[in-house]
Design a protein around this ligand. Structure first.
Ligand code: ADP
Length: 165
């Protein structure tokens, strides 16, 4: 059985994340989508809210599991005995940062934990959770960026009534 972990903040999950989740779930037998509990990073949604949204939008993919973890991703992977981390790459700007983390994880696990990069589908290359939040906060249309049940919750946070665009 080949398993992988797709770690991230998912604040909130976007169609870009979902695209990576679908593709990684096709490659691996089990995929753990894991929300990092990071008390120093301010987030719009609580960890529970992020987990619930992820569970809703992945409920049709039977080999996807939603979990939370705190501390180092590498330690979490070693504790679960899973040796592949999945990360999505949007642009060159992601690459430099991700490369450094991937190499650090490989080195500090004595070559046990490796990172697999999936490049984003072009229609989602511009997408990030922060852009979604920024647009929604001004009442803009995020219907092409996040699933409807996520959009409703984002607008709710900003006190904006959700209408499907
Ligand atoms: P983090 O705070 O760890 O960057 P994110 O939730 O922002 O967490 O992202 C998790 C992972 O998903 C990262 O590898 C990121 O590059 C990737 N990702 C984010 N948005 C997209 C997208 N639109 N297409 C592909 N991958 C994406």
């Amino acid at each position: 059985m080949k398993s992988a972990i797709y770690p991230g903040s998912f604040d909130p999950v976007t169609y870009g994340h979902l695209d990576i989740i679908h593709r990684a779930a096709d490659i691996f037998d089990e995929l753990y989508v894991s929300v990092l509990v990071n008390s120093t990073k301010s987030s719009l949604f609580s960890v529970d809210e992020r987990v619930n949204m992820l569970k809703e939008v992945t409920s049709d993919i039977s080999n996807v599991h939603i979990e939370t973890f705190s501390g180092l991703t590498l330690q979490y992977a070693l504790d679960k005995d899973i040796h592949v981390l999945i990360r999505g790459l949007r642009a060159v700007t992601d690459f430099e940062y991700e490369l450094q983390i991937a190499q650090t994880n490989r080195k500090f696990s004595n070559d046990i934990v490796d990172t697999m990069f999936l490049t984003t589908s072009l229609q989602y290359a511009y997408l990030s959770s922060s852009v979604v939040k920024e647009i929604a906060s001004y009442g803009g249309d995020i219907s092409l960026s996040v699933p409807p049940q996520v959009a409703r919750r984002v607008y709710e946070k900003y006190g904006i009534e959700y209408r499907s665009h």
